[in-house]
Design a protein around this ligand. Structure first.
Ligand code: MEV
Length: 355
């Protein structure tokens, strides 16, 4: 099979590529192995509401997913035969986006994230895979994190029944603190725009960044319930609730206001106000029926030692998050309440290739 180089298309879709023979390949030996890492994310405000164009604020976390690719005689993933049907994100990136036609790959994936827990593990996997494939097919060329965020979003949308905001993939690709909304939010730096045809109509998002103040001296503690959070089902459940009980749109609008207040508090480094907004956001997510007794129990356990706590991500199970200046104590409280804690800083670096 022929090894190829990628050239970005000038056609309407920014994520389509044309393949041309790579003259380099004739002169240089094949790259034996490439590695890339992408962080997970934590949504501080606005999950679910963002699917309807309201703003969400997410930060990249310290833990994430590492992908390594090695050319091989057969296609494997984690030592097992690779079946593209069972790995839609990966096959979408390999074949639909990069139109990979090179030799079979041995794919190894290691994750520091609880899986299906609302920490953006699938977005991190998409981004790390995209970065690794990019590095394999275009050695030496600069990685475009915006391009990867777009690719990851298209993979998420495919896996989530056409309803996915670009929040997870943008936070993981860009790193730091990301604000995603139908229109640019005041006080943020615009990075790129995204759109998607969903079952409820076309959605447009503006993806922006916010610099957290240097004196922002607090940590996040994530608490995993041990129960998976099926994002597609949870998003579909909210769509059904809104169709049956249109008055629930008031909770969406309330989340939008809370998100704005939380963002203002974050930018000012006002930890107490951020915490209050997190508590208020959790109540609205409960009203949208995406919390669970296990999530509520972990949130309650963390609150006495935190500025605030709420579920994070799609809910139904998955994780809660607390903002605290005593992460050890909050971790212990979460563990005693039956959860699995993970401490992180706010706003880790985004996707990158590794040497
Ligand atoms: C999932 O991490 C966040 C949701 O808002 C879905 C999405 O944004 O695609 C529930």
């Amino acid at each position: 099979m022929q090894r190829c180089a990628l050239l970005e298309s000038t056609a309407s879709s920014p994520i389509l590529y044309h393949l041309i023979p790579n003259p380099h390949f004739l002169l240089t030996p094949p790259h034996p192995m490439v590695r890339a890492f992408a962080p997970g994310k934590c949504i501080l405000f606005g999950e679910h509401a963002v699917v309807y164009g309201h703003p969400a604020v997410a930060v990249a976390i310290d833990s994430g997913v590492e992908v390594s690719l090695t050319e091989s005689d057969s296609w494997t993933i984690e030592g097992m035969a690779f079946d593209s049907w069972r790995h839609p994100h990966i096959s979408h990136i390999l074949y639909d986006v990069f139109e990979y036609e090179g030799p079979p790959l041995k794919m190894d994936i290691s994750s520091g994230l609880f899986s299906a827990a609302g920490l953006g593990s699938s977005a991190a996997l998409s981004n790390a895979m995209g970065a690794a494939i990019h590095s394999l097919m275009r050695p030496g060329e600069t990685l475009d994190s915006v391009e990867l965020a777009r690719i990851g979003h298209s993979a998420e949308a495919k896996a989530q029944g056409g309803r996915a905001s670009p929040t997870d993939t943008a936070a993981s690709a860009l790193g730091g603190c990301v604000v995603v909304s139908a229109k640019k939010v005041e006080g943020t730096r615009h990075i790129f725009d995204a759109s998607l045809e969903t079952p409820e109509g076309k959605r447009n998002w503006s993806i922006c960044k916010v610099d957290l103040p240097a004196e922002f001296d607090a940590s996040l503690v994530l608490g995993f319930t041990g129960v998976g959070s099926p994002t597609g089902d949870m998003v579909a459940g909210v769509a059904k609730l809104l169709a049956e009980e249109p008055e629930r749109h008031a909770d969406m609008s309330a989340i939008a206001n809370i998100t704005q207040a939380g963002l203002t508090a974050l930018s000012a480094g006002n930890l107490r106000a951020v915490g209050m907004a997190m508590d208020a956001c959790h109540e609205r997510l409960q009203a949208l029926q995406v919390s669970s007794p296990a999530l509520d129990a972990l949130v309650e356990a963390a609150r006495p030692h935190s500025f605030g706590a709420k579920l994070t991500g799609a809910g139904g199970g998955g994780c809660m998050v607390a903002l605290t200046d005593d992460p050890q104590r909050v971790s212990e409280a979460i563990e005693i309440a039956g959860g699995r804690p993970l401490i992180s800083s706010l706003g880790a670096k985004g996707v990158r290739t590794l040497d």
